[in-house]
Write a protein that binds this ligand. Structure first.
Ligand SMILES: N[C@@H](CCC(=O)N[C@@H](CS)C(=O)NCC(=O)O)C(=O)O
Length: 219
């Protein structure tokens, strides 16, 4: 039995989607990010920083979406979503897989300021501007790579896409994508995959963002 500890529209979507790509069923334990349930002692036993995802599998509990992605791709290699040591794309695979967190921490900072700090006077317009700019900068290398190929690796879809693809649920709330046409086509491509659609259906309509776009005033 595989059990995924999950918050809708969060980084645990990466694992939910990857499991769907592999055709593996999981039991879902849902949490709210705001009700304190991720800080309960029983949850901290599973994920020491009180974060999602955590995945119960093969008699152990894993945390960190990148580690879970690598573990699933390595132990379920028959699905062809990893690139093993010795594979020509191994290093590129690892780079993009972990690049997902370079982007995600910027998104997390923007979420913190825009969504979690409900009193606007607590926000820093300077930080909002810097973080949105830094997030936009992370899209530039992706735009370049995706001019040449459909997915992050030349040979096709992989766990790097399930890691990074999640970020495109959130990034468009903070960065205008019209300057990134290859990226827009990529987002459409991943969003049309049956496993992605199945994972999105589990989460339903997003309720995290109250606006379509979070614009930072010029300063
Ligand atoms: N590097 C970790 C980050 C996990 C993480 O921060 N997840 C967020 C949701 S996107 C979370 O659980 N936040 C809860 C909190 O900060 O209290 C991973 O990729 O799994």
């Amino acid at each position: 039995m595989i059990r995924l500890h999950h918050v809708a529209f969060s980084r645990s979507f990466r694992v939910l989607w990857l499991l769907k790509e592999m055709g593996l069923d999981c039991e879902l334990v849902r949490y709210s990010i705001t009700d304190g349930s991720l800080r309960r002692p029983d949850y901290l036993e599973l994920s020491p920083a009180g974060r999602v995802p955590a995945l119960e599998i093969d008699g152990k509990v894993l945390f960190e979406s990148g580690a879970i992605t690598e573990y699933l791709c390595e132990t379920r290699a028959e699905h062809g979503l990893g690139r093993s040591p010795g594979h020509a794309e191994r290093s590129t695979y690892l780079e993009w897989l972990h690049y997902a967190e370079t982007m995600a921490h910027l998104i997390a900072n923007l979420n913190l300021q825009w969504v979690f700090l409900r009193d606007p006077s607590m926000r820093s317009p300077t930080l909002l501007r810097i973080e949105a700019k830094r997030l936009a900068n992370t899209l530039k290398p992706l735009e370049k790579v995706l001019a040449e190929q459909d997915y992050l690796l030349p040979s096709g879809f992989s766990g790097a896409d399930t890691m990074l693809g999640y970020n495109f649920l959130a990034a468009p709330y903070f960065v205008r994508f019209d300057k990134f046409p290859n990226l827009c086509r990529y987002v459409d491509r991943i969003a049309a995959r049956p496993a992605y659609l199945a994972a999105r259906a589990v989460d339903g309509k997003q309720t995290f963002y109250a606006q379509d776009f979070y614009e930072v005033a010029d300063g």
